[in-house]
Design a protein around this ligand. Structure first.
Ligand SMILES: [Zn+2]
Length: 277
C-alpha cells in the first residue's frame, strides 16, 4: 500500500554512485517512495536493465515514473518531426512498460506560429497516431502524462493539459507546480491560487492519484529560467502552501522533486508534509 502522498527525486539521487536503474533501494533507504527515471536526453536503457528497475522498485516499494525525451513536438509543422515524436512516445511507452512505470511524463510541444487552439488540435491528432501504433503493438500497460510546461512558447497550460487528458483514455496529467508558477509570472502565491488549480482538476478529471513536479524556480518574460533549491527562499513557489492545500483536497499524490538537490529536497518536502499532518 502506498501512503497518500509520496515523494521522490527526478533522476538519480545526488550522492548515489550506482547505475540509475538500480537506485530504488537507495531511494527507499533514504525514506522516499517515488522515482522518476530520466530519459530526457534519450531512451538508452535496455529491456534487461528496465526489468531490474521494475523488480527492485517493487521489492523496495518505490513507485516509478519515466520522463520521456525532451525533443518531442506533437504540434510541429514538420512531418519528419511529427513522425519522430510519434516514434519517441511509442518507444517511451514500451520502455515504460518494461520498467513498470505508472506514468510516462512528456512535454507536448510548441505553439510556433500557430494559434493556441490549432496547436492543441495538432497535438491531439498526433496523439491519435501514437495510440494507433500502440494498439497494433504488444504494449498493454501505459499511462501517458503530459506535463504543464514552464515556457510561454510551449503547449501545456493547465487547461490544455486537462483538455488532452479528457480526450484520451490512458492519459493523466503531470502538474508541474513550478512551471505553472513560472509561466504565470509567479502567479501561484496563496491558498486560494492552489484551490483554483485543484478544484479545476477535481471538476474536470477523474483522479485516482495526481502526479506532481515541484521545485523553486526563477522565471523571466518567456517563462521558466532556472530551478532552485528549497532553501533558496528568494524564489517561489512556496512548498508549504502547496502541501497544505493538497492535504485539504485529500488527493493521493506523487511529488517528484526537480530542485537541484533532488532526493535531498524531496526529503525536506516529505518532512514539511509530515509536520503539516
Ligand atoms: Zn518535464
Amino acid at each position: 500500500m502506498k501512503s497518500k502522498i509520496i515523494f521522490g527525486p527526478a533522476g538519480r539521487p545526488i550522492n548515489y554512485k550506482g547505475p540509475a536503474y538500480k537506485a530504488s533501494k537507495y531511494i527507499a533507504d533514504e525514506g522516499l517512495s517515488a522515482y522518476e527515471y530520466q530519459a530526457g536526453r534519450g531512451l538508452r536503457i535496455s529491456e534487461k536493465s528496465s526489468n531490474i528497475l521494475k523488480k527492485e522498485s517493487n521489492k523496495y516499494n518505490v513507485l516509478v515514473s519515466i520522463h520521456a525525451p525532451y525533443f518531442i513536438n506533437l504540434s510541429s509543422d514538420n512531418d519528419k518531426t511529427i513522425d519522430n515524436s510519434i516514434d519517441i512516445l511509442f518507444k517511451s511507452a514500451r520502455v515504460g512498460e518494461w520498467m513498470g512505470a505508472y506514468r510516462i511524463v512528456f512535454h507536448s510541444g510548441y505553439y510556433l506560429k500557430n494559434k493556441k487552439d490549432e496547436t492543441l488540435n495538432m497535438a491531439k491528432s498526433t496523439i491519435n497516431k501514437v495510440l494507433d501504433k500502440i494498439e497494433q503493438s504488444k504494449i498493454e500497460n501505459f499511462t501517458f502524462s503530459p506535463e504543464t510546461t514552464g515556457k510561454k512558447s510551449q503547449l501545456g497550460n493547465l487547461n490544455e493539459i486537462i483538455a488532452i487528458c479528457r480526450e484520451f483514455d490512458n492519459f493523466e496529467p503531470t502538474i508541474d507546480i513550478a512551471h505553472l508558477y513560472a509561466r504565470g509570472n509567479g502567479s501561484i502565491q496563496t491558498i486560494n491560487d492552489y484551490n483554483k488549480i485543484f478544484s479545476t482538476l477535481e471538476n474536470e478529471l477523474d483522479i485516482e492519484r495526481l502526479h506532481f513536479h515541484f521545485t523553486r524556480i526563477e522565471y523571466g518574460k518567456l517563462g521558466e529560467k532556472k530551478h532552485h533549491t528549497l532553501n533558496e527562499l528568494d524564489y517561489g513557489p512556496n512548498p508549504e502552501i502547496f502541501l497544505k492545500t493538497l492535504i485539504e483536497f485529500g488527493f493521493k499524490g506523487t511529488i517528484i522533486c526537480e530542485s537541484p538537490l533532488l532526493d535531498q529536497d524531496a526529503l525536506l518536502l516529505k518532512n514539511l508534509y509530515e509536520n503539516l499532518l
